[in-house]
Design a protein around this ligand. Sequence first.
Ligand SMILES: *[C@@H]1O[C@H](CO)[C@@H](O)[C@H](O)[C@H]1NC(C)=O
Ligand SMILES: *[C@@H]1O[C@H](CO)[C@@H](O)[C@H](O)[C@H]1NC(C)=O
Length: 492
Amino acid sequence: MAPVCLLFKLIFHGMGQTSASSMEQTRDEKGLHIVMFPWLAMGHLIPFFHFSKILAQKGHQISFISTPRNLERIPKIPPKLSHNIKLVSLPFPKVESLPEHAESSMDIPYQKAQFLKIAFDLLEPLLLTFLQTSTPRVDWIIFDYASHWIPSLASRLGVSTAYFSLFTAATQAFLGPPSLLLNAGQVTRSAAEDYCRVPEWVPFKSDIVYRLHEVTKYTEGAAGNESGTSDTIRFLASIDGCDLVLFRTSYEFEPEWFDLVCELYQKPVIPIGVLPPSLKNDDEFDENWDFIKKWLDEQQANSVVYVALGSEAVLSQIELSELALGLERSGLPFFWVIRKSITESAQLPNGFLERIKGQGVVNIGWVPQVRILSHSSIGGFLTHCGWNSAIEGLTFGRVLIFFPVMNDQGLNVRLLSGKKLGVEIPRNVKDGSFTSDSVAESLKLAMVSEEGEALRENAREMKVVFGNKSKNDHYIDASINHLVKMRKPYVI
Ligand SMILES: *[C@@H]1O[C@H](CO)[C@@H](O)[C@H](O)[C@H]1NC(C)=O
Ligand SMILES: *[C@@H]1O[C@H](CO)[C@@H](O)[C@H](O)[C@H]1NC(C)=O
């Protein structure tokens, strides 16, 4: 395995010129004290927490910082790690346009995401106070794309910063090099079509681009700009200012994209592996599980399609109906998880629940997804293809049926369908419309057709690529080595 694309000469650059002279705050010389500061979304909190547990297991101190309701939602800290992980709760800043108690992206419609970013930006002084007063002193902040202000805050205190990308190297490369910040006015691609072309900084052949409908519904215009800082700027400034970039990916999976981000960023870039989900801890314990397991136990091996579009996706009435009818028409057994808020604005087709009795199950609200995906009766996963979900499906070798909705999902689908790991449900390029027949055909192609056997085989092989424990351990150890080597001397 090619270890990493590491720019070794840069790693030691700028270190050791100042001698450490500490004040009242002490430093723990054995372990690192690491602050984890994820964006306010479940899909970010969970992998940051997962990484925290791994670092804590290796003897490092973690301060996991978020707001009260978000900290309530993360899994319990395993008792044996409770000494090493502290949850640090910062009060959620008041922002008028946000509904009361809304603290994460799943609490608000997509159009309000910018207001959540206003609140997030207001956490800066609170985080500063934490860093100034924390004992032992903080060595590293591992941060997410939205808090682009972290590097300048941290460097004033001599704290190192790692931007932790929960996105693939292909997605990050698509966003571009931080040098784009130099002409800030032109950073944002102005027309929707600009997102449907391979960017000029990609030197090889690629088909990783958005489809028009994926852009027009979810461009920065639609997402609003009320926070005054676009997501593109947040991404680029995070990368530009940090000391190190960590990726939740493996080099083997996307070597050419990994090499490209190294080139584009000109700083140490390290994959930490995919953080494959584990069933050992009871993170996902849930009283629903007995019922779900009973149903799954009754199905044949590899026969069931698990259907889930993530915690943020919004479906229109037509989209929900076509998806439902497509599942029904496929004739395949399915387990469909629908986000509660979708059922508040759209309804399943008349008589649907009656007709599918014996074929499938519809579950409104949260389920233990990893447990379900790990069950032997699951064969495929109809997914929005957020990187979390894709990793979860592929760790268990499930063939994917792609239905991207927003954010990086379209780019993930292009990457994974290029690797022949699934089937994308065909949609009208301009308006994103699709038919129940195309849903049914895609499902049958992926799940049972002879043509689809190669896809299923490729997906099964991913179990080894994503789930290889020794390889993942190796990535983690290598990344910790770099955190230790790169920690900065303190400045007063
Ligand atoms: C936000 O968007 C509006 C309308 O598209 C535009 O007029 C305004 O200049 C933008 N503001 C910022 C800070 O980009
Ligand atoms: C897992 O990865 C290691 C390298 O860390 C490799 O030697 C081994 O062959 C891999 N296992 C499988 C089953 O591919």
